[in-house]
Write a protein of this length. Structure first.
Length: 318
């Protein structure tokens, strides 16, 4: 197979996705190939070989396990009656440049708004499976506070003392941007030095050039072994030589468009899921995000849903 033929067979557009995964059988076959490349089914409960049945799979260990499952068990498709072709179409819409909300998705694939919301909620679980990379060389770090302004609220609902870096009604989001084009967004309790250490140290290797503003919470970077470049924006220092901090501001600009332009409003409890969604789209904008996410959906999610229930012994009446 040539490279041109391989590119043609890669589903990138909506038409390609609907043509490649037209029926339920073709979708199941693709998920089986991604989960078991060796074509040997493995039990999801005990990790032992399994054999295929008419309705799914059954574990070969009939003494201790006796697990019965199908290709949907333990994945985002579990406990869903929506056909897999509609799921794959929803994944394609979720990997668009600005994503998609539940109302638009419901109109596109022909389901109710509640069903579309749950589908997007399940799809967002896949973005947690992508581990963040450990960065080095040159990175830029900045923070932004998400939350509504008090002046737009009624006088009864307004809360005092929320200006500046207050976290009473706002959520701080830390952006760590690698100059190669990779970004990572993380919610923080506050912008203090202790909180920033817990976020930055696992992701950035010592010896890296770290560019920040003049916030005092970043003063520990030099002692920790980083080459810290602090830009005093209040004094008009927007750059020092070739070092600047414009990349995180560009990320936050696109993030505002992503949230306001598609979802209008996001709950505080789900904000990190939407940040992971945005980072996946931002970091893989030059790749086939749809097929990569479909392949990732074949894997088992780390949830307690796949624990095999133990049947209780019923005592016979005397």
């Amino acid at each position: 197979m040539t490279k041109k033929q391989a590119k043609r067979q890669t589903p990138t557009t909506l038409t390609d996705v609907q043509r490649s995964f037209k029926a339920e059988r073709s979708c199941k076959t693709h998920l089986e190939r991604q989960r078991w490349p060796d074509k040997i089914p493995i039990c999801i409960y005990c990790q032992k070989p399994a054999f295929k049945t008419a309705t799914g799979y059954k574990c070969t260990d009939r003494k201790t396990c006796k697990g019965i499952f199908n290709i949907r068990t333990g994945t985002i498709y579990e406990k869903s009656n929506v056909p897999l072709p509609k799921w794959f179409t929803a994944i394609h819409y979720a990997t668009r440049k600005r994503g998609i909300n539940s109302i638009e998705l419901a109109n596109e694939i022909g389901v109710t708004q509640k069903t579309a919301y749950r589908m997007l909620e399940q799809i967002r679980k896949l973005f947690r499976q992508v581990p963040p990379k450990q960065m080095r060389d040159i990175i830029s770090i900045d923070e932004k506070y998400f939350g509504g302004l008090e002046k737009w609220k009624n006088e009864v609902d307004r809360i005092g003392g929320t200006q500046g870096r207050s976290t009473k009604t706002k959520i701080p989001v830390i952006c760590i941007y690698h100059w190669s084009g990779y970004t990572h967004l993380r919610i923080a309790k506050n912008a203090k030095a202790v909180t920033l250490k817990m976020i930055i140290k696992p992701l950035v290797k010592p010896g890296t050039i770290v560019i920040t503003d003049s916030l005092k919470s970043y003063n520990w970077l030099t002692k920790a072994g980083y080459l810290h470049v602090s830009l005093n924006h209040k004094a008009g220092e927007m750059a020092r030589g070739c070092f600047h901090n414009n990349y995180p501001e560009n990320v936050f600009h696109h993030l505002n468009r992503f949230i306001r332009g598609t979802f209008l409003h996001v709950n505080k409890q789900n904000l990190q899921q939407y940040l992971d969604w945005f980072c996946f789209l931002f970091n893989n904008h030059k790749q086939d995000k749809c097929l990569a996410l479909i392949n990732l959906s074949a894997q088992i999610l780390p949830t307690p849903a796949i624990i095999l229930p133990v049947a209780k012994k019923v005592k016979k009446a005397a």
